[in-house]
Design a protein around this ligand. Structure first.
Ligand code: 13P
Length: 225
């Protein structure tokens, strides 16, 4: 049975009270069931905004939820005089994973391949696993990356996902890159289409944006994958 990753990218959404309700819902309605998770092969990673990492870590521990945390970004610099940045060494207290190279970072913040490679180096040096986003099989993947997400630009937030067959064929190409072991699909993933991606031979999970904001819909993605 292959190991599956179900990763939520909350982007710039959720306040602390909304996140608390989300976690309560998971716990009360057993949306994400711990026993199922313990015997299954599914890893759940939530990537909230930086502002929620501390309280999410505490609540996940208190509620004994089978959820790991990731951040949505990391500084390309070490700790020090870099106003506004959060260094990997600071993040490692809270997260096991970090999303790097998301299309929205490349587009709105002009992050280029060199900067993204520096971010990967920083994450790896602090023991944080990069979840590296690419737009197609030709996007450069920095050395040391083992988890890649194929997120075609046309599918992000549009309700128009790629076809599972095409996503699988792109994933096959990505897995030929040195060091890449795991490829996820992202872009308009919903409870209705998640299974069609998960059954593809070279797709090992999903990165979910808008559908992860509702705990019921995220729970369905989990159970149907
Ligand atoms: P949507 O699931 O909202 O299309 O977002 C995809 C995404 O960008 C996840 O990182």
């Amino acid at each position: 049975m292959k190991e599956l990753f179900i990763v939520a990218n909350w982007k710039a959404n959720m306040t602390s009270s909304e996140a608390t309700k989300w976690l309560q819902r998971c716990q009360i309605s057993n949306v994400i069931r711990r026993p199922a998770d313990q015997i299954s092969n599914k890893d759940i990673v939530i990537c909230p905004p930086f502002t929620l990492l501390s309280m999410m870590r505490t609540q996940i521990e208190e509620r004994k939820l089978p959820i790991k945390l990731g951040s949505q970004d990391v500084s390309p610099f070490p700790k020090g005089a870099y106003t506004g940045e959060i260094a990997a060494d600071q993040l490692k207290e809270f997260v096991s994973y970090v999303i790097i190279g998301h299309h929205e970072r490349r587009k709105y913040f002009r992050e280029d391949d060199q900067m993204l490679a520096n971010k990967v180096d920083m994450a790896l040096a602090s023991g944080i696993v990069p979840i590296y986003c690419v737009q197609d099989e030709h996007t450069i993947v920095p050395k040391g990356v083992s988890i890649v997400v194929y997120e075609p630009v046309f599918a992000i937030g549009t309700g128009e996902p790629d076809t599972p067959d095409n996503a699988n064929s792109v994933a096959t190409g990505i897995k030929e890159k040195a060091g890449v072991q795991t490829v996820l699909y992202g872009g308009s993933v919903t409870p209705d289409n998640v299974h069609s991606f998960m059954i593809m031979e070279h797709i090992d999970g999903v990165l979910v944006g808008s559908a992860s904001l509702d705990p019921v819909s995220f729970g369905r993605i989990y159970t149907r994958s």
